[in-house]
Design a binder for this molecule. Structure first.
Ligand code: PLP
Length: 495
């Protein structure tokens, strides 16, 4: 079977809008001015010497230019987007409709609290729902992303330890944790002690016992970890860390895999962040915005960022009187639009629907894993949660690498999965189908990967030269990273 849709062949080489049109051309007809020129009382240094560099184009030129650009993209609205770890699930339009309602979209963050009752109710309800889902006691919705939630959570741990006069220096981080975990520990001034993942893709309690010591502040565990594997020893690991006087941080970015399946509080976790933009469906391509709420046990609640929303929902208010708080971590109260979309998503699905998300995500990932087992090498041959990690070991024998496979997938109508991550699986292809794809699409995706494997054996050059159908071929990624061109320069103008 071949995929039923291909990458749209949009007009290739769409030039920058500045290279279109002609001098003096305008896209609007405005009535004649009815006020005279007013001289500006500004220092000459602030006045322009040359007119601003604006495109001079007609309205159809503008519309076609941006519509064509939009067609050059692969997107969740046009393609399955199996980007492991990032969770690019479909975002229901309903969320967008609600987020654009004027009462929400035009709300001013400095409006008096008395005029924000409805907004506070939404924040309060969302917080309570997240407490319910995770089983934890308190919450902040302020952090703007997963990594920001980690920073917040570890700052809280540091403050709590300092408070009990027991500043510790180290944080334990398994090698299957997300890269932001060691970065967060280091940013908080901790030394990172790595722990090796066991042969079945999860951390063994003995490995933690071996490094647990007096100066360990906490362990940061990603669960499910970046191999998509459930950390089945997490409770015993938490016990070991607690007995040694440390705290337990869980990276719950991929809470979507746990919904309806397991409760974070049962793992012995003290503080966790969850990514609303991965779990509760808000658009998050191109770097945001996101939301990374942090939940914690009662003992850590005093350290939550200020203000905290306190209930009940119908009478929710901000509590600023938090003497032990680590302070504010985001202006106003976080990315309200994202929180609102998550509220809407949960509200639409209801409790039973939310519980189903995790199961469907897990079934989808294991379906793909089973279908491709024997074609692509599995990084760890264990049942997974929400994503499956393969490597290019077999295709490498024909000179075809993970990068080539990813590029060929573009020709076959799929956004590539996450590649070369996690680092503990060399040549990784990390596939996360999410719960929102129907079986037919999963079958087409599997068929495309099987076709690429056949091509790797029979016509490897075809795979190595891919993509041929996309608007652009391969980029010099090293050059793009080292010498990014971020500003348009009109030819010859020097501006
Ligand atoms: C995505 C992810 C993060 C980082 O989240 P951002 O919102 O991108 O900052 C951290 N940990 C895990 C496990 C993730 O999957």
């Amino acid at each position: 079977m071949t995929p039923s849709f291909k990458t749209p062949r949009a007009r290739v080489g769409e030039p920058p809008i500045f290279e279109k049109g002609a001098p003096g051309r305008v896209g609007v007809s405005l009535p004649a001015e009815d006020v005279g020129d007013v001289p500006l009382d500004l220092p000459p240094a602030l006045l322009r010497k040359v007119p601003p560099l604006l495109p001079e184009v007609t309205e159809p030129e503008v519309v076609r230019h941006y519509t064509r650009l939009s067609q050059l993209n692969a997107s969740i609205d046009t393609h399955m987007y199996p980007l492991g770890s990032c969770t690019m699930k479909y975002n229901p339009r309903l969320n967008e409709r609600v987020a654009r309602m004027p009462g929400f979209a035009l709300a001013h963050p400095l409006a008096p609290e008395g005029l924000q009752r409805g907004l506070l109710q939404i924040l309060c309800e969302l917080g309570l729902w997240l407490q319910h889902v995770t089983g934890l006691d308190a919450v902040t919705l302020q952090p703007a992303a997963g990594a920001h939630g980690e920073l917040t959570g570890v700052m809280m741990i540091r403050a709590a330890l300092k408070d009990r006069g027991d500043a510790r220096r180290k944080i334990l981080v398994p090698d299957s944790a997300h890269g932001t975990n060691p970065a967060t520990g280091a940013l908080n001034g901790y030394e990172i002690v790595p722990i090796k993942t066991g042969p079945e893709g999860h951390v063994k309690v003995e490995a933690v016992r071996a490094v647990m010591a007096q100066d360990v502040a906490a362990i940061m565990m990603t669960n499910p970890n970046t191999l998509g594997v459930f950390e089945r020893d997490i409770k015993q690991i938490a016990d070991v860390v607690h007995q040694g006087g440390g705290l337990v941080y869980m990276d719950g970015a991929n809470l979507n895999a746990l919904l309806g399946v397991a409760t974070v509080a049962d793992f012995g976790v003290d503080v966790v962040h969850v990514n609303l933009h991965k779990t509760f469906s808000t658009p998050h391509g191109g770097g945001g915005p996101g939301a990374g709420p942090v939940l914690c046990v009662q003992a850590l609640a005093p350290y939550l960022p200020t203000p905290v929303v306190v209930g009940p929902p119908e009478a929710a208010r901000f509590d600023h009187d938090r003497p032990k708080s680590i302070g504010k971590v985001k202006s106003f109260y976080g990315n309200f639009g994202m929180l609102l979309r998550a509220h809407c998503y949960i509200n639409e699905l209801g409790a039973a629907g939310v519980m189903q998300v995790g199961r469907d995500a897990i079934v989808s990932a294991n379906y793909v894993r089973a279908a491709l087992k024997g074609v692509f090498e599995l990084a760890f041959d264990a049942p997974t949660m929400h994503e499956a990690v393969f490597t290019d070991k077999r295709q490498k024998e024909h000179g075809v690498s993970t990068l080539d496979v990813a590029k060929r997938l573009i020709d076959l109508g799929f956004h590539p999965p996450t590649i070369y991550f996690p680092l503990i699986a060399p040549g990784a292809l990390m596939i996360e189908p999410t719960e929102s794809e129907p079986k037919e699409t999963l079958d087409e995706f599997v068929a495309a990967l099987k076709q690429i494997d056949r091509e790797a054996q029979e016509t490897p050059e075809l795979v190595k030269n891919a993509p041929t159908l996309a608007p652009a071929r391969r980029f010099d990624e090293a050059l793009a990273a080292r010498k990014p061109v971020l500003r348009y320069r009109r030819q010859g103008s020097g501006t």
